[in-house]
Design a protein around this ligand. Structure first.
Ligand SMILES: [Mn+2]
Length: 454
């Protein structure tokens, strides 16, 4: 076989191997169609009024064995799951001189062949088919970013007052400092907060996002069911957390959406207890706040269960008040009118106020004080790519939104904490859908599930 042909075959084989490796890497998460991410960038551009948005992907962790998670806005707009990239979206502007059209550019870092031996093959702007693989109109090397921005502003000076970035991004600050210095107009470069725009988009989940959130919910429910069968006196909190994480991963989730909270006894009264170091004792309750994320979409579930399998009368009384508050909030829900949180609990449309009033009216502490004295957090939060998805509170709840209702009562002197948390979708018909409906809610159903063998 002639040498040149042989070499071409090697090249073909190399690109086939590269393509298959990239496909494996990119398909590890269930992505939405490329057109969906493109539509989101177009929707963002429509809110820029001719401006320019620049955002950066999460950096590779300093230590290569540390877990990597993409920046939530970046993932929402690109589905891109590799570190070190930047995205530029340019809004169309007819009134600029010269007028400029919509543009979207993905800037990719140059491949580091030595690091790839540690962290796997990445794609860069020189990779054949990079634009098609990424689904972004233009792909350029990261080194082009300052020059592209500089050229845009040079052609249309007012753009410097219409730049949108993540306000806490050190990369954005460095880029804008450099650009403003080279253009000699440092004073005009005060970027707008990009999250004000991405939050408006991310609040409303499309059907495919709801499906991913559903997979995260179902995997989490299964892990919670395993917990119900595994809690017993003498078992450690950590062992429960470990079993749940294993089950989440068996169910296809990439990780828990937050460090699992398994707090028994006095630990049940500590809201974000994650040490999980105690051994569970008969007579105590255990608060288990644990859920996972599926293809970057999170769930968030809490159940409170009796370690010995049976609530005491007092535990049951407090449990029923908390469950009643969750149900009261769900029953009061009206799409387009209800809001989620109200720190002052004065807004009659706030579900938080409804739940707080229920707890206030239905239970007492040991000294006759209302149980509402022992509820010290808000009623809930949005759920999406982030377990605490951004919303700009107080958000009016509308179709397509996904949020938690999680009232809680924490009484340290009784070593008694109760929290019950479900994730809800506001359906297109305005009705509330409980994504966690199949997991036991009542004290009696929790007790029965603890006796189940499988
Ligand atoms: Mn939560």
């Amino acid at each position: 076989m002639p040498r040149t042909i042989s070499r071409n075959l090697h090249l073909v084989a190399f690109f086939l191997l590269l393509a298959s490796l990239l496909t494996i890497g990119l398909s590890a998460l269930e992505k939405q169609p490329a057109s969906t991410y493109h539509d989101r960038r177009v929707a963002l551009a429509a809110r820029l009024h001719g401006g320019v948005a620049i955002l950066f992907a999460a950096e590779e962790p300093l230590l290569d064995f540390m877990p990597y998670r993409q920046d939530a806005d970046f993932y929402y707009l690109t589905g891109w799951n590799e570190p070190g990239a930047a995205l530029m979206v340019v809004g169309a502007e007819q009134n600029a001189t010269p007028a400029h059209a919509y543009r979207e550019i993905l800037f990719l870092p140059t491949r580091n062949l030595r690091m790839e031996k540690y962290t796997g093959i990445k794609l860069d702007a020189a990779t054949p088919g990079a634009a098609k693989t990424s689904g972004v109109d233009e792909v350029m090397p990261m080194t082009s970013l300052p020059g592209v921005l500089n050229a845009l502003i040079t052609a249309d000076r007012p753009l410097s007052a219409n730049l949108w970035t993540h306000p806490d991004s050190t990369q954005s600050s460095a880029l804008l400092n450099w650009t403003s210095t080279t253009l000699g107009e440092a004073a005009n470069f005060t970027p707008h907060d990009l999250t004000l725009l991405t939050t408006q988009l991310r609040l409303f989940k499309d059907p495919e996002e709801l499906a991913l959130l559903g997979k995260a919910a179902d995997a989490s429910i299964d892990a919670q069911r395993l917990m119900l069968r595994s809690v017993k006196p003498g078992v450690t909190e950590r062992a429960i957390a470990g079993k749940m994480i294993a089950r989440m991963m068996e169910n296809g989730c990439e990780r828990p959406s937050y460090a699992p909270i398994v707090g028994s006894g006095i630990n049940s009264t500590e809201l974000h207890y994650a040490e999980n170091s105690a051994t569970m004792a008969a007579g105590d309750v255990v608060v288990v706040d644990a859920a996972c994320e599926y293809s970057m979409y999170a769930s968030d579930i809490t159940r409170t269960v009796p370690v010995s399998g049976h609530f005491t009368d007092r535990q049951r009384e407090v449990y029923n008040v908390v469950l009643g508050a969750q149900r009261a909030a769900a029953a009061a829900f009206v799409a387009g009118k209800s809001t989620l949180n109200d720190p002052y609990r004065r807004d009659p449309n706030s579900l938080d106020t409804v739940a707080w009033q229920y707890i206030h009216d239905h239970g007492k502490g040991l000294h006759g004080e209302p149980l509402s004295d022992y509820w010290i957090h808000g009623l809930g939060h949005m759920v999406g790519i982030d377990v605490h998805d951004p919303s700009g509170y107080p958000a009016v709840l509308r179709p397509g939104m996904v949020f938690t209702i999680e009232p809680g009562v924490y009484i340290p002197e009784e070593k008694l904490g109760v929290r019950i948390e479900d994730v809800f979708i506001v359906g297109q018909d305005g009705k509330l859908i409980d994504m966690i409906a199949s997991l036991p809610h009542t004290a009696e159903d929790v007790e029965a599930a603890m006796k189940a063998t499988k």
